[in-house]
Design a protein around this ligand. Structure first.
Ligand code: PRP
Ligand code: URA
Length: 209
């Protein structure tokens, strides 16, 4: 069974509360999502392996450590996942970036695919799959399915807000994928929106409503 990590860092909780407020405008919403994503990336990468190298400082030669082995890819689910990329890239500038385009059919709530472009060596990379909202879990589960078809074996799902239904779906479909969230809410409403949630993440991020 995949692990679920809910972040309780006060800075993350504070910023998430500001994002929930319906009076928070697009500019601030975008900035807050970027900041939270950066803070989450700091925690999510805590277990990355290190290797020892030798460097010469202005004073002497010394053994020191740098990141080793596995390279990273960030894969946002379009559209709203785009809002999480910059914050993570600011910490991991060498990461490659893929894109998976999915939208949720408003009637069936089933994900509909419209785009997929991934780094050519994606199967060698640890993938941070990012999407602010994990509601029914249909979109994230489908995106993980695409990545697995491309032979990705090391996938971490990073979301801002999750509903229990979404967590359950991903855990059932993909028990090998760990889930990282900034907040866990109570349930979905009849339209599949997270309650209390923050509304439509894509619309608030891009100012389309
Ligand atoms: C939102 C969100 C997720 C999805 C979550 O995207 O960004 O991708 O819904 O819902 P689910 O867990 O029930 O699948 P949306 O379909 O609104 O597309 P958009 O980002 O293009 O607005
Ligand atoms: N997508 C969103 O943007 N918000 C929700 O609450 C659920 C799905």
């Amino acid at each position: 069974m995949s692990a679920v990590h809910v972040f309780d860092h006060p800075l993350i909780t504070h910023k998430l509360s500001l994002m929930r407020d319906k009076n928070t405008g697009t500019k601030e919403f975008r900035q807050l999502l970027s900041e939270i994503s950066m803070l989450m990336a700091y925690e999510i990468t805590r277990d990355l392996p290190l290797e020892t190298i030798e460097v010469e400082t202005p004073i002497c030669k010394t053994q020191t450590k740098v990141l080793s082995g596995k390279k990273l890819a960030i894969v946002p689910i379009l559209r709203a996942g785009l809002g999480m990329v910059d914050g993570i890239v600011s910490l991991i500038p060498a990461a490659k970036i893929g894109h998976i385009g999915l939208y949720r059919d408003p009637n069936t709530l089933e994900p509909v695919e419209y785009y997929c472009k991934l780094p050519s060596d994606i199967e060698e990379r640890t993938v941070l799959l990012v999407d602010p909202m994990l509601a029914t879990g249909g979109s994230s589960s489908a995106a993980i399915g695409f990545l697995k078809k491309r032979n990705c074996h090391n996938i971490r799902l990073v979301c801002l807000l999750a509903a229990p239904e979404g967590i359950e779906r991903v855990q059932k479909d993909h028990p090998d994928v760990d889930i990282f969230v900034a907040g866990m809410d109570s349930h979905l409403n009849e339209h599949g929106y997270i309650v209390p949630g923050l509304g439509d993440a894509g619309d608030r991020l891009f100012g389309t409503k």
